[in-house]
Design a protein around this ligand. Structure first.
Ligand SMILES: *Cc1c(COP(=O)(O)O)cnc(C)c1O
Length: 421
């Protein structure tokens, strides 16, 4: 190995980090919608893809594609190497201690369901408590309700304050000797709140509870170190990290994963099968039955390369600046209410306009080329808690710029004019 290849700066050469340059990497940002410049402000629902990801997947399919793990021919072995290298790339991204702690899933939803159907089914019994928070995505609620129905475990949500921050006093009173699992979002998709993850992990550890962190809205905005945060499980979804759909990640501590039974049975996860008895491979392969999303894993690795080349030292301040600017501009609009104003916040602006339905707002914004989401953001319990049926949500990614925010503000002014508010 040459010296250059082990120099970390050589592995991640910095891209030219200006937002104008970065925008050129995303072909879709050059198109128009309804004849207008596209202001894509829905990255929290799914991020757009850079040329680097599109190209890595395309090249693999054109030049290197084969099924993995069983082939003895060169193409299959090379594809296996690429797939396993992608696993290693994810491990480095999260600072996991081993690539064996990275299970590929379809998305966050499947990653949480693996933990529910494998870990929780085996380990929870009637009366055991699962502590969640009021701001969870349905993906981190419904799988636990299914486990509750099967095991008789109890679900206890930690309350939030009106500004969307977590009520830590309530967390301290809820997490106790009956708590077996504490599962929570790192960052809220509906409000942008960054949760006090270290404090929650500490509270859970004090009672020997297992910890799952849903990082779906975190990994694209900040560096995550699973050894420093110390959860048992950390999950995220590829398509919100500028990668493809169809690929997600379940990080689990090696000892925890290897004590879990398989979730699905089939090919690629077994050591030996007879009609009497089957033995399973260790983690991660025991959780990856069947042919995995090979091309998508390679795309995810390319997305991680891309994000790390730009660097969170650039992404963080850039997104923060846009968030601050957009927050000030929205707060200056008469009749607009911002939901989620916690001091610790990332990249999400949820709002309502007096006298307007959130869906009408988003529909009129679309006519102005502004893509925002409207609805309950897969968080019915949170909407109930806030007493609002739906909000419009603008969310910021690394490719957004001032012009996007200006277009959003001008779009909302147009909404008010059209709806005569
Ligand atoms: C998007 C999201 C999910 C679900 O991700 P999928 O890709 O749909 O599985 C779960 N939790 C949070 C916080 C999310 O933002």
């Amino acid at each position: 190995m040459s010296l250059a290849s082990i120099d970390p700066r050589a592995r991640t050469p910095r891209l030219n980090r200006t937002v104008e340059r970065i925008r050129q990497d995303f072909p879709i940002l050059a198109r128009t919608v309804h004849g207008k410049r596209l202001a894509y402000l829905d990255t929290a629902a799914s991020a757009q893809k850079p040329e680097q990801v599109i190209e890595a997947m395309s090249r693999f399919q054109r030049e290197e594609y084969a099924n993995i793990h069983r082939g003895v021919y060169a193409l299959s072995q090379a594809a296996t190497d690429r797939f396993e290298a992608a696993r290693g790339r994810v491990a480095r991204f999260l600072n996991a201690s081993s690539a064996d702690e990275i299970v590929f899933t379809r998305n966050t939803t499947e990653a949480i369901n693996v933990v529910a159907q494998s870990w929780a089914r085996k380990n929870l019994k009637a009366g055991d408590e699962i502590v969640l928070t009021e701001l969870e995505h349905h993906a981190n609620i419904v799988p636990w309700q299914m486990i509750r129905a099967e095991t008789g475990a109890v679900i206890k949500p930690i309350r939030i304050h009106d500004d969307g921050s977590l009520d830590l006093d309530h967390a301290r009173s809820l997490i106790g000797p009956r708590t077996k699992l504490v599962a929570f979002a790192h960052v809220s998709n509906a409000l942008g709140t960054v949760l006090p993850v270290r404090e929650l992990v500490r509270l859970a550890r004090a009672v020997d509870a297992t910890v799952l962190i849903d990082g779906s809205q975190a990994v694209q905005h900040m560096a995550v170190d699973v050894q420093a945060l110390d959860p048992d499980f950390y999950v995220f979804t590829g398509h919100k990290l500028y990668g493809p759909t169809g690929i997600g990640v379940l990080y689990g501590k090696g000892a925890v994963l290897n004590a879990m039974p398989p979730y699905q049975g089939g090919g690629d996860m077994i050591e030996r099968v007879t009609f009497e008895r089957t033995t399973f491979k260790p983690a991660p392969h025991r959780f990856e039955a069947g042919t995995p999303a090979i091309t998508e894993a390679i795309g995810l690795a390319a997305a991680i390369d891309y994000v790390e080349q730009i660097g969170f030292d650039w992404i963080g301040p850039h997104e923060e600046e846009l968030l601050t600017e957009a927050t000030q501009a929205l707060l200056a609009i008469d009749g607009l209410k911002l939901w989620g104003t916690s001091a610790q916040k990332a990249s999400v602006l949820s709002f309502t306009l007096d006298g307007a339905h959130a869906h009408d707002v988003a529909t009129i914004l679309d006519q102005q080329g502004v893509a925002v989401r409207a609805g309950h953001h897969c968080a019915h319990p949170l909407m109930d808690r806030l007493g609002v049926a739906a909000t419009s949500r603008a969310s910021i990614g690394l490719y957004n710029d001032r012009a996007d925010i200006d277009q959003l503000v001008a779009g909302i002014t147009a909404v008010k004019r059209i709806l005569k508010l």
